[in-house]
Design a protein around this ligand. Structure first.
Ligand code: GDP
Length: 394
């Protein structure tokens, strides 16, 4: 399936290039369709495990939501998930995390579980336990496999285990201890009949520590190609690597935005020799800002969950794009300030751009300006995201 999806994306790129050469209007329509699909691909992540295992806390942490925030999955050991509950990503309506009841609860007996939760809609399953996976978890994993879906084991609350180990061991070694816990957990699952179990040790209170990055890398690698961007955009900004990946995913689309902008309503910008489709730039930059969690609501949520005051998070941003309403005027003003940057474009670069996208030369200048502008603004937003992340974890 992976190969199929991969080649179909490759094929779409080829078709776009071909159409741009022979019939640019059709080419632009194809690009719009491609971008629409890329940015609205549904991604449904199932989180299952016994009550109290930490499902809700993980769902909230992944979405960058504090347990006490509005829209948070209810947490606390007495809460019981009795229904399949969807929790949409706050900034990406196409991405949903689903809180599933534990296997074997009265309404969800083990033998009917997958049918009752509607397993077909889920892209993959994360099975959570506080490092002791029980018979029901194993049964479920085997059943998920039989249904042709993937599953991953997540040991939650690893911070508690580490704290306890640190207190009880004289020569505490963090890495050795983590490995011992992981190996022990894998052995338990192997003994219960799971082949090559994938186990990740996570603290939902500190996603940037422990194995969350390994879980993220594994999922990204194992997801079909057409789902990867949706997943990367939905990730919490909890490491330099994730911020870099998001930036690369957005960068990969810039040439297409640029091509679309070259047929859009271009507006003259003071100081710039070419007109630019400001409305398009505004829309794309808004996506960058929410994608990197730099809009006001996301930053307030981050302030809540990190305990770092909102004003301090805002103070480290320099792009002028975060924590504000992005207006056409703001974009126009920024473009004017960027005039020098964009004016540096040389004929050689413009013609290279022409070859990459297959766009006719006459449409190139304005499109190329958009291309440069978007790269520049994306760099700025991603740099802000990195500074905000560093501030939040300090
Ligand atoms: P659910 O019933 O599976 O949804 O479990 P909850 O998310 O409600 O978590 C149960 C309890 O474990 C709550 O008191 C959480 O605060 C706590 N908890 C969940 N995840 C973690 C974690 O990673 N570390 C620590 N220390 N506590 C956690």
């Amino acid at each position: 399936m992976e190969g199929q999806w991969g080649s179909s994306i490759h094929e779409q790129h080829r078709q776009i290039q071909e159409a741009m050469k022979t019939n640019p209007t059709q080419g632009i329509a194809k690009i719009k369709e491609y971008l629409g699909k890329q940015n609205n691909t549904p991604l449904n992540i199932a989180i299952t495990g016994e009550t109290g295992s930490g499902k809700s806390t993980f769902i909230n942490a992944f979405r960058g939501i504090n347990n006490s925030d509005e829209g948070a999955a209810p947490t606390g050991v007495v809460e019981t998930t009795t229904e399949v509950e969807p929790y949409p990503h706050p900034n990406l309506p196409n991405v949903t995390l689903w809180d599933l009841p534990g296997v074997g609860t009265p309404n969800f007996p083990a033998d009917e579980y997958l049918k009752k939760v509607g397993f077909e809609r889920f892209d993959f399953f994360i099975i959570i336990a506080a490092c002791r996976f029980k018979e029901n978890d194993v049964k479920l994993a085997l059943e998920i496999k039989r249904m042709g879906r993937k599953f991953y084991f997540l040991c939650s609350k690893i911070d508690i285990d580490m704290y306890n180990e640190e207190r009880s061991q004289r020569n505490f070694d963090k890495q050795k201890t983590l490995k011992a816990i992981r190996d022990n957990c894998i052995k338990g699952l192997l003994d219960q009949g799971i082949e090559a179990p994938q186990v990740f040790l996570v603290s939902s209170f500190e996603l940037h520590l422990f194995d969350f990055h390994l879980l993220e890398e594994t999922l990204e690698r194992e997801l079909p190609a057409h789902k990867r961007n949706a997943f990367v955009y939905a990730l919490p900004n909890i490491s330099k690597e994730i911020i870099k990946k998001k930036k690369e995913a957005y960068q990969g689309q810039i040439k297409y935005h640029a091509a679309v902008s070259s047929v859009g309503a271009a507006v003259p910008i003071p100081g710039l020799s070419v007109a630019v489709d400001v409305a398009l730039v505004k829309k794309v930059v808004e996506d960058y800002v929410t994608g990197f969690g730099l809009d006001e609501r996301s930053l307030r949520r981050l302030a809540d969950s990190s305990g770092v005051p909102y004003s301090e998070l805002v103070s480290v941003m320099t792009s002028q794009l975060g924590a504000t309403t992005i207006t056409l005027e703001l974009i126009q003003r920024l473009l004017s300030q960027l005039a020098k940057e964009v004016a540096l474009m040389v004929a050689e670069e413009v013609s290279r751009f022409f070859i990459v996208i297959g766009i006719p030369v006459a449409m190139c200048l304005s499109g190329y300006a958009t291309y440069r502008v978007l790269h520049f603004l994306l760099d700025q937003v991603a740099d802000d995201a990195q500074r905000v992340f560093e501030k939040a974890v300090k």
